[in-house]
Design a protein around this ligand. Structure first.
Ligand code: 26W
Length: 821
């Protein structure tokens, strides 16, 4: 477990006040009388950034002097959210700054709302990267995050007449006070063109790539402040720009205007984040994005390595480990081979040795539609030399396969990096496994399925290479900063080092039956619900009662996550209430937050259905004292920080075997919400920790899912057998929820019946409904419920991202910490 016990540092409020005012005057060019919240926010950022940059300088110096081994976390996504509150907490300056601003007549809470979210990610994978870099800095580990400096992050979601509309996200329109441009570290990245084969002395074949174009990579650094404020690592994000070489040498005089067109092309590379989560789109620009940030990052790493070690590559793999966050950065493997073989003129075997000691790969999904494949022809056009290198890697690999499984073409075609066929494809998953020294899944069950179903032969070929590291979340953001009331209560009972020693929360279990503590704990939950109710009213106009159960499902919209199972159950409750106005249930508010990929039709239909059902129920006086449904638009990190502390119930209801881990499940349980969930992903490990009495598990297991599918699953069996289910599905086809538009919600029913219900929604419905009944009656026993909620918080210690990082360090990275100062 994490050893860091550093207490946040201190600075007095007078000094901070002076610094904020100074920046208001000299950085913002305004004064106390004229400044609006935005100006106050920026001035406060500037004051905080002074402290941050001091830590950054000391950290870089310490890492340089110690010539430390470092991990380089390559990720196409970093979902950072807002940084002000996090940085203040990690620097130990939150209370003091709050006080300083109060004295200036300004509310810290209000000005923090001015900060746009840094939404440079889709969901789980991107947010995991953000939690991991927080833990790395907190644990004083030398680390750099590498990614893309998207001009537009994940789209902003608006809801118009119930439907999702996508609007561009412009997080940098008024400048980002945290980032620093580093023109001194610009890189040039080749693309397109052709490969020339040269014959050197001793018959050595030399390959030279003549690129068709070169783009510039401009690094922007975001300081990452560890808790306690000592280590400040860097998140380095690359922005693409047209290179001078490109524009002015290639184009002749008079080409000035045309050259601007090419400018635009080069600058599209980092323009926008692909909004697809778990669906591979196979778009050329995406491959270019991936190569662009990997090539920039490798050059950056090699420049730094050479500064210390010159041209001697022998220690490279001792100093550098690169973690590939899914296959999105897998192109880094052939890129490093190209640098070593073509540029450093190293022999193939030595180069391959270095590569396979440098890279490790994390798999985040088993869904076939998420496994990246690139058409070999597209590859050849954009990265001709890399395709050659991949063929060579594959050729040598298949020779090894032949030694283990002689003349077995079936196994060869399964393990090959190249998928043969009319259109040859490059399989990035296979490339990642072959080019890495370790491969991990993100929860026990997921890692088992990676070994058993996704890569069984690789597991046989290289026993021990495939392993597990269960995900985690940073308790600094996801408890201390987002839930100050609960944090204070915890401090008063068990002391203040739980943010870095999350196991200490166990100490709360002693108070699980203490009436006074129960009351305090539940009053905090209630206060948080009152706050959220005000936000809900402001955002949607809907009034909700904080005395109702707040039941929350927040995550990307996907069929496998089964928001529509939740919706069918809501319809069941609605129907029960209409048929029997005395139907016994605790008043309940169902809350949703979810973005759908813009091209994912059924996901958008589900959002529309939730909103239409919500409209009807919320305006139906026969039921709306007991039932409310709210879809909160534009779900994002900063909204999660408001919803999670106010949740009573956490919906984690994916089809068993489909959710690799989940991390929202951890955030909600940590804040005292009870999970209703399937035996999937990290839910299983959460259940082990909190105990069966404190979680509501339902539904088919992975084995049962497999068996049901093998025996031929027929959703109509459940439709005809369960009268309530049939009535609900038929309801969706009427115009009850969409007056004058019959059939507007029919696509949902069709996907579940004629569509074959691929995620077994109907098969799990009855079991889900029963679990909800049990949960509802448990809530009636307020002491019993308080006990369960407290035990959830008390027993979540395992899920700190510090523990995940310690697992990576021990099993994969073999890193040592480096104290700063
Ligand atoms: C190429 C399109 C694409 C984009 C993103 C494919 C796949 C992805 C990600 C791997 C999707 C993702 O975020 N997966 C989630 O990763 C989390 C962190 O490990 C897990 O907790 C979630 O269960 C998993 O769905």
């Amino acid at each position: 477990r994490a050893k860091n016990t550093a207490q946040p540092q201190s600075l007095d409020s007078k000094t901070i006040k002076a610094s904020i005012v100074q920046h208001l005057h000299c950085t913002l060019g305004t004064d106390e009388n004229k400044a609006n919240n935005h100006a106050w926010w920026k001035a406060t950022c500037a004051a905080v950034q002074e402290q941050v940059l001091e830590g950054l300088r000391k950290t870089q110096r310490a890492h340089y002097l110690n010539d430390t081994r470092a991990v380089h976390y390559f990720s196409a996504e970093f979902l950072m959210g807002r940084l002000m509150s996090n940085n203040l907490h990690n620097l130990g300056l939150f209370e003091t700054t709050d006080q300083a601003l109060k004295e200036l007549g300004v509310s810290l809470t209000d000005i923090m709302e001015e900060e746009p979210d840094m939404a440079l990610g889709n969901g789980g994978l991107g947010r995991l990267a953000a939690c991991f870099i927080d833990s790395l800095a907190t644990m004083d580990l030398p680390a750099v995050g590498y990614g893309l400096h998207y001009e537009h992050g994940l789209f902003r979601q608006e809801i118009k007449s119930g439907a999702q509309i996508e609007r561009p996200d412009s997080w940098r329109d008024y400048g980002n006070p945290w980032e620093i441009c580093r023109p001194e570290s610009i890189q040039e990245i080749p693309l397109y063109g052709y490969v020339e084969t040269k014959y050197g002395d001793k018959g050595r074949i030399q390959k030279e790539w003549h690129p068709g174009t070169i783009v510039k990579g401009v690094p922007w650094d975001i300081p990452v402040v560890g808790y306690g404020g000592k280590t400040v690592n860097v998140l380095r994000l690359w922005e693409s720009q047209a290179s001078d070489y490109f524009n002015w040498d290639v184009f002749n005089a008079g080409g000035y205007v045309d050259a601007q067109k090419e400018n635009v092309q080069a600058e599209t590379i980092s323009k926008v984040l692909y909004p697809n989560d778990e669906t591979e789109a196979g778009k050329e620009l995406r491959l270019i994005q991936q190569y662009f940030f990997c090539a920039c990052s490798l050059k950056d790493i090699i420049r730094r390595y050479k500064r210390a070690h010159g041209d001697n590559w022998e220690r490279f793999a001792d100093q550098v480990v690169i973690q590939l966050n899914d296959t999105h950065p897998a192109i880094a493997i052939p890129e490093l081979m190209r640098i070593l073989v073509d540029r450093a003129e190293m022999d193939w075997d030595s180069a391959w040795e270095i590569c396979t000691q440098t890279f490790a790969y994390t798999n985040h999904t088993l869904l076939p539609e998420a496994l990246e494949k690139w058409p070999a022809r597209m590859f050849e056009k954009i990265l001709p030399r890399h395709l050659e290198i991949i063929y060579e890697i594959n050729h040598r690999f298949l020779d090894e396969v032949d030694k283990v499984w002689p003349n077995d073409n079936a196994i060869k075609s399964k393990l090959s990096i190249i998928e043969e066929g009319n259109d040859k494809m490059v399989r990035m998953g296979n490339l990642s496994v072959i080019g890495s020294f370790a491969v991990n899944g993100v929860a026990e069950i997921h890692s088992r399925l990676v070994k058993q179903n996704l890569f069984p032969e690789f597991d046989q070929l290289w026993p021990g290479k495939l392993t597990n590291v269960t995900n985690g979340i940073t308790p600094r953001r996801w408890l201390k900063a987002c839930n100050p009331r609960l944090s204070e209560l915890i401090d008063s009972k068990i002391g203040q080092d739980w943010p870095v020693q999350l196991d200490k929360l166990q100490g709360l279990a002693d108070f699980a039956d203490d009436a006074k503590f129960q009351k305090a704990f539940m009053q905090i939950k209630h206060q948080n619900k009152v706050d959220l109710a005000a936000d809900i009213k402001a955002l949607t106009g809907v009034e909700v009662d904080p005395n109702a159960i707040f039941d929350v499902q927040i995550k990307r919209l996907h069929e496998y996550k089964r928001q529509h199972l939740n919706l069918l159950h809501i319809l069941a409750l609605y129907r029960r209430l209409l048929e029997n106005p005395g139907y016994a249930m605790t008043p309940r508010v169902f809350l949703f937050g979810a973005k759908a990929a813009p091209g994912y039709k059924l996901a958008k239909d589900i959002i529309y259905a939730i909103n239409k059902v919500a409209d009807k129920i919320n305006n139906d006086p026969r039921v709306n004292q007991k039932l409310k449904v709210v879809f909160l638009p534009n779900y994002r990190v900063s909204l999660a920080e408001k919803m999670i502390p106010a949740a009573d119930v956490s919906e984690q209801i994916s089809t068993a075997g489909k959710e690799a881990s989940g991390t929202g499940n951890m955030k909600l349980a940590l804040n005292g919400a009870l999970t209703i969930g399937t035996l999937d992903g990290a839910n299983i490990e959460i259940a082990e920790e909190v105990g069966d009495d404190n979680i509501y598990i339902f539904g088919l297991t992975v084995e049962e899912v497999q068996a049901l599918k093998a025996n031929g699953y027929n959703p109509y069996d459940y439709y005809y057998e369960n009268k309530e289910l049939k009535a609900i599905l038929d309801w969706l086809e009427t115009d009850y929820f969409t007056p004058g538009k019959p059939g507007a919600l029919a696509s949902l029913k069709h996907s579940l019946l004629d569509g074959g219900d691929p995620y077994l929604v109907l098969a799990d419905f009855a079991s889900y409904s029963d679990a909800h009944k049990a949960l509802d009656s448990a809530y009636q026993d307020s002491k019993g419920w308080a006990r369960k909620a407290i035990l959830n918080t008390a027993r979540m210690g395992k899920f700190t991202s510090d523990r995940s990082i310690q697992d990576y360090v021990d099993r994969i990275w073999k890193l040592s910490s480096c104290k700063v100062e």
